[in-house]
Ligand binder design. Structure first.
Ligand code: HSE
Length: 309
C-alpha cells in the first residue's frame, strides 16, 4: 500500500458558456499541490500551508469531507494527514474547492490501490464540493479527474462523458481580484427558464460537443454562447463586456464566465492567439484599479498528476 503521495490538482473551467453545470475542461500549470501521508491512527488531519486561512476542521473543509466520505465507506482503520498548498485562490471561479475535493478522492483511491473507478472517485468528491457550493454538481470535478473536456450527463446516477480536445485549443484566463462565492452567485439565478432560451441553449451545447468531436474551430466560436446564466452573473464582473469584445477583436474564439466567476475564460486556436488575448485582457484592466492575474494554458488532457510517491 502506498503511504506517501504528492499530487498536482489542476484548476478547471466549468460551464464553458453553453453548458451550465454540465460542461467543463481542465487547465494546466495552475493548480494545488497536495501531500498525503497514511497514518496508523484513524481519521483525517488537514494542514494548510497556504495563505488563505481555510478551516482545517474536517467537517468544514472540502478535502476533509471528501476524505471522510471515503474512510466511512470503506470502514478503514487507518487515517491520512493531508497537507494542502492551495495555489488556486478560493472564490476565483477556476475550481478551487473542486481541486481540493477531486485531488483528495483521487489520491486516497490511488494510495489504496485504485478500488474505485473515475466515476466513483467523482462521486466522493461531490460530497466535498457540495459543502463549498451549496449544491451537488460535478462540472468542476470531472475535468480534473478525467482530464480534457467532460460532460456530466447525469448526477443521479452519476454519468460522465469524456469529450475530445481539439489539439490547437488554448485557454486564457483573467482572474480579477474580487471574490464571488459560488453559493451566492447560484442564488442569483432564476428557477425557471423561458422555453425559447432553453431551445437556444441546448442547441449551442449540442453544437459545441459536435465542434469538439470534429475539431471545428469555427463552430466552437459560434457555440460559446450563454443566454441563460451570463445575463445574471456578468454584472458582478467588472468590464465583462469589454473583455468579451477584446477577445473577439484579436481573434479569440469566444469568452465567458469561468464557473461562477469572477474569472473569465477565453478559448483560442493556437498559443499565439491565446497570448494575444491575454494582452487584450490586460489592456482592458490596465486602468481599472483592480488587481488581476492572467494565465495562458493548453487544455490539460491528463487531469490530476502524480508528482511523487
Ligand atoms: N456550475 C457551477 C456554477 C460551477 O456555475 O455554479 C461552480 O461551482
Amino acid at each position: 500500500m502506498i503511504t506517501n503521495l504528492k499530487i498536482f490538482s489542476p484548476a478547471t473551467v466549468a460551464n464553458v458558456s453553453c453548458g451550465f453545470d454540465v460542461l467543463g475542461f481542465c487547465l494546466d500549470g495552475i493548480g494545488d499541490i497536495m501531500i498525503f501521508e497514511k497514518t496508523s491512527e484513524p481519521g483525517i488531519k488537514i494542514e494548510h500551508i497556504d495563505e488563505y486561512g481555510l478551516s482545517t476542521d474536517n467537517s468544514m473543509n472540502v478535502a476533509g469531507i471528501t476524505a471522510n466520505a471515503m474512510l466511512d465507506h470503506l470502514r478503514l482503520d487507518h487515517g491520512y494527514r493531508i497537507i494542502i498548498d492551495k495555489k488556486i485562490k478560493p472564490g476565483s471561479g477556476i475550481g478551487s474547492s473542486a481541486a481540493s475535493a477531486s485531488g483528495t478522492a483521487f489520491a486516497i483511491n490511488h494510495m489504496l490501490g485504485n478500488p474505485f473507478n473515475k466515476n466513483e472517485i467523482t462521486k466522493f468528491a461531490m460530497k466535498g464540493e457540495a459543502f463549498a457550493s451549496g449544491a451537488e454538481h460535478a462540472d468542476n470535478l470531472a475535468p480534473g479527474i478525467f482530464g480534457g473536456f467532460t460532460l456530466v450527463k447525469s448526477i443521479d446516477p452519476l454519468t460522465i462523458l469524456e469529450l475530445p480536445t481539439p489539439k490547437e485549443l488554448f485557454a486564457t484566463i483573467i482572474h480579477p481580484q474580487i471574490e464571488i462565492k459560488t453559493s451566492e452567485s447560484r442564488g442569483l439565478l432564476p428557477k425557471e427558464v423561458p422555453l425559447k432560451n432553453a431551445i437556444k441553449q441546448w442547441a449551442e451545447l449540442g453544437s459545441l460537443v459536435h465542434a469538439l468531436h470534429t475539431s471545428n474551430y469555427d463552430l466552437i466560436k459560434k457555440s460559446l454562447t450563454d443566454v441563460i446564466i451570463e445575463p445574471y452573473r456578468s454584472p458582478l464582473i467588472p468590464y465583462f463586456n469589454d473583455l468579451k469584445r477584446a477577445c473577439l477583436d484579436v481573434g479569440g474564439l469566444g469568452c465567458g464566465i469561468s464557473g461562477s466567476g469572477p474569472s473569465v475564460f477565453a478559448l483560442s486556436r493556437g498559443e499565439d492567439t491565446a497570448t494575444t488575448v491575454a494582452e487584450a485582457f490586460k489592456a482592458v484592466y490596465k486602468d481599472a484599479g483592480i488587481g488581476y492575474d492572467v494565465y495562458i494554458s493548453p487544455i490539460n488532457t491528463h487531469g490530476i498528476k502524480i508528482l511523487d510517491n
